[in-house]
Write a protein that binds this ligand. Structure first.
Ligand SMILES: [Zn+2]
Length: 591
């Protein structure tokens, strides 16, 4: 409106007939039928989210019931004197009150006073009260009297976004219409019409982004559309739209799922880094990922594809990727994202939590690779892990696809600079994390063996070997269980051991012989590696050196991790040189 007759789209394209209201077909059909049959109520309640057409429909309704020559299918003619008065906002037969800002008794009295005045040049006077739930209690009561005994010509249309806040005495006097969110395809279709009308070229993908951002509200969609049109000079592409609206390119999610399928942990972490470098919040990211996985899930079955709520061109890409993964994978993946979301607020290191979620996502289909040190190529065989031995870990190529590769190269591009300086570039912690592993790497190749040796070296309390005397005091299952619980209670810092013990009580398998069944191979390895530590305490407690406990892995899904993300991280960092290396090279923060 400011200069050059510019009118915002929300206003310029406000529907003037029921037929042109977007996305509320069945509701507008009912209204038209009611009007055509002359069965009008005195009060209507229009409920629904903001921006879905409640006020617009109320205005069309008011115009239509006053039209002198309604069309055969119950629409206003838009030509008669009454219609023109409505269209020019000069009709005296419509009164609007926004209760959000006018909610006092006086405000409602103004309305009720006017109700007494009969219509001029029409049959009905229509009173629209927007956000009616905002009226004060007194105002409600003052209004109720009028609502109970309205004059023949008075019709009230109450609109609200929060039906549950409207008092029952009012609800019971109204015909209630529930407006639905407008679907993305409906919004896209409308935007396409408007773009064509304005001579704006707009990619369907871009309009899809706008529609999704609008979250079911046509008015918002039109405002966003105006904003994008203004900054793109009439040529709307997917790229300039997401840049303008600060939306995360879904290409990241497509690429991530590819890394999950390939079990490519490093690449998934690098993509996450790209996202962070662009300034996107981690929680936003993980929820976006969950939404993407959910979209793949519904894209797998033709029957549920309607739930994609997308333009066909865009949904095609989801259908393609969905075909490349199993439903089981997707269920598990969505579940992992939801768990991450749930734990996010409590996590000390949110970044680490997200990274571990990505690691787990990569492990769904390729669980073995990360578990053992079998991934030999990534492990530097050299005792001195000085330079980052670039080749294996931080594959740079896929990253190059990105337009802004500025941030990526670091991990790779500086081959020589000492590990520490690199780590320092990211966080201060990794440097110290690096230290400790460096000695372990030197000691042996295989992670599990290495740790066992270290543990044994540290272990000073092995009574049997120290004294040569073998203790063999008999004990009951109950006594073992008590010793078990005592260990749990007295070693709160040994997270992995304690949580495993909590989940897996010992079961007798022979004389002095017991078995525990753990949920994952990671736990099995960890418990075995640290066996000297916990078993000796039990032996001491029971005064019996013959006690032996075997560890087996449950046959159920290994992903039922009992480890908390941090435990898993520490565990992995302790056992897997290539994971540690990755942490260092990416400058990630551990714990
Ligand atoms: Zn008319």
């Amino acid at each position: 409106m400011s200069d050059n007759n510019y009118i915002v789209s929300a206003r310029k394209y406000r529907p003037s007939t029921f037929a042109s209201v977007v996305g509320q077909q069945s509701l507008t059909h009912t209204l038209k039928t009611a009007i055509a049959s002359g069965r009008l109520a005195h009060a209507y309640l229009f409920c629904g989210p903001r921006g879905v057409g409640k006020t617009t429909c109320a205005r069309i309704f008011a115009k239509t019931i006053n039209c002198e020559h309604p069309t055969a299918d119950g629409e206003a003619c838009n030509e008669c004197a009454s219609c023109q008065a409505f269209n020019n906002q000069q009709s005296y037969n419509i009164t609007e009150l926004d209760a959000a800002s006018n909610n006092s008794v006086e405000d409602i009295r103004n309305i009720t006073d006017q109700v007494r005045i009969p219509p001029q040049g029409g049959r009905y006077r229509v009173f629209i009260i927007d956000e009616v739930h905002m009226l004060s209690n007194q105002a409600f009561n003052a209004f109720l009297k009028t609502l109970e005994e309205p004059p023949e010509y008075a019709i009230f249309i109450l609109a609200t976004t929060e039906k549950q806040k409207v008092i029952p005495t009012i609800l019971s006097r109204c015909q209630i219409y529930d407006f639905a969110r407008i679907t993305v395809p409906d919004i896209v279709a409308q935007l396409q019409r408007i773009a064509a009308d304005q001579g704006v070229e707009a990619a369907p993908e871009a309009l899809n982004v706008i529609a999704q951002k609008a979250d079911g509200a046509m008015r918002d969609a039109l405002s966003i559309f105006d904003q994008v049109v203004a900054s793109t000079e009439g040529y709307i592409t997917y790229q300039n739209t997401i840049a303008n609206l600060n939306v995360l390119d879904y290409d990241y999610y497509f690429r991530l799922v590819d890394t999950f399928v390939a079990g490519d942990v490093p690449q998934s972490l690098l993509i996450y880094k790209e996202v962070r470098d662009k300034g996107f919040d981690s929680l936003f990211f993980i929820n976006g990922l969950a939404a993407h996985l959910r979209n793949l899930m519904v894209a797998q079955t033709p029957a549920t594809r309607v739930l994609l709520e997308m333009d066909e061109q865009v949904s095609g890409r989801y259908v393609d990727q969905a075909a490349a993964v199993s439903a089981g994978f997707l269920y598990r993946a969505v579940d992992l994202c939801c768990t991450c979301d749930l734990n996010y607020r409590d996590a000390t290191s949110k970044q680490l939590l997200v990274e571990l979620t990505l690691v787990k996502l990569c492990q769904i289909l390729k669980p073995v690779e990360v578990r053992r040190d079998g991934a030999a190529p990534t492990v530097s065989p050299q005792p001195q892990p000085a330079p980052p031995q670039p080749q294996p870990v931080a594959q740079p190529q896929p990253v190059a696809r990105q337009p802004q590769p500025v941030a990526q190269p670091q991990p790779v591009a500086q081959p020589q600079p000492a590990v520490n300086s690199q780590a320092a570039a990211g966080e201060s912690r990794p440097a110290s994390i690096r230290r400790r592993p460096a000695t372990t790497v030197a000691s042996a190749d295989a992670g599990s063996v290495r740790i066992s040796q270290l543990t044994r070296a540290d272990d000073t309390s092995k009574p049997a070997t120290n004294t040569g005397h073998v203790r063999r005091e008999p004990f009951t299952d109950e006594q073992l269980l008590d010793a078990w619980k005592a260990y749990i209670a007295t070693h709160p810092n040994e997270h992995v051991i304690v949580s495993t013990m909590q989940m897996s009580p010992p079961v007798r398998s022979g004389e002095n012989q017991y078995t525990i069944t753990v949920a994952s191979a990671v736990q099995e390895t960890f418990m075995n590696d640290n066996k000297a530590k916990w078993l000796n305490v039990l032996r001491d407690t029971l005064n019996n050196d013959l006690l032996s406990i075997d560890i087996t892995v449950a046959e159920t899904e290994p992903e039922h991790a009992i480890l908390s993300p941090r435990e898993l991280a520490n565990d992995m960092a302790a056992r897997l040189p290539q994971f540690r290396k990755l942490v260092d090279e990416l400058g990630l923060q551990l714990a």
